[in-house]
Design a protein around this ligand. Structure first.
Ligand SMILES: N[C@@H](CCC(=O)N[C@@H](CS)C(=O)NCC(=O)O)C(=O)O
Length: 201
């Protein structure tokens, strides 16, 4: 059975829990306590040398990074629906996976971490990155229902958590109506699971 090295409050871990649930895959959660530094213990570094969550172990296949895990799960267990394999689809999806790992993390995710985990950082820089990133997302969603391929894919799963939780970082969500409508579409997908404050109470 797949083991998911998991932290409940992490949006990156949520991407993986959401994909596992959508695909109907049974798995075992292995809790990793970030406040206790469990992600930096030798036992966990043997799973993920970067010392971050999430990671999975699927019968000895160890994958770290939430985007990489989505690719693996979708291709291994989801047929072609969630990660089509033609060149254009892969390129379009990869574009959003890159945004999920970079701008969504360095903007909305860090803004949230600064509030709820008191993480240090350059507030102004993070705010600007967050606003610019959510504006790009909102603008795309003004003319598209989904991020790629005209249907739900791993791109939506990867970008969703830190968009849906952006308000926890004091982002004014009313500035992004098309994004808010897409958040609701993701939350209506069969197999959807949330986490604390998601969907927004
Ligand atoms: N690109 C990675 C980022 C993983 C990441 O930064 N995880 C955070 C939790 S959301 C973490 O483990 N932080 C603990 C640390 O850096 O020590 C992914 O998408 O999985």
């Amino acid at each position: 059975m797949i083991k998911l090295y998991d932290t409940p409050i992490s949006g990156n871990c949520h991407k993986v829990r959401l994909m596992l649930s959508i695909l109907g895959i049974n798995y075992e959660k292995v809790p990793v306590s970030l406040p206790d530094g469990e992600q930096k213990t030798p036992a966990y570094l043997a799973v993920n040398p970067l010392g971050k969550v999430p990671s999975i172990d699927d019968d000895g296949v160890q994958i770290w990074d939430s985007q990489a895990i989505l690719v693996y799960l979708a291709r291994k267990y989801g047929g072609k629906e969630w990660y089509p394999d033609d060149a254009e689809s892969m390129g379009q999806i990869q574009k959003w996976l890159a945004l999920a790992a970079n701008e969504m993390f360095n903007g909305p995710a860090i803004a949230r971490a600064m509030i709820i985990f008191k993480r240090e950082g350059d507030q102004e820089k993070v705010r600007k990155t967050g606003e610019a990133t959510l504006a790009v997302l909102n603008s795309w969603l003004e003319t598209h229902e989904w991020l790629a391929c005209g249907h739900p894919t791993i791109a939506d799963v990867a970008v969703y958590p830190y968009a849906a939780l952006a308000w926890e970082g004091n982002v004014d969500m009313s500035a992004y109506p098309a994004m808010n409508a897409w958040i609701k579409r993701v939350e209506a997908l069969p197999g959807y699971v949330g986490m604390k404050n998601m969907p927004r109470p």
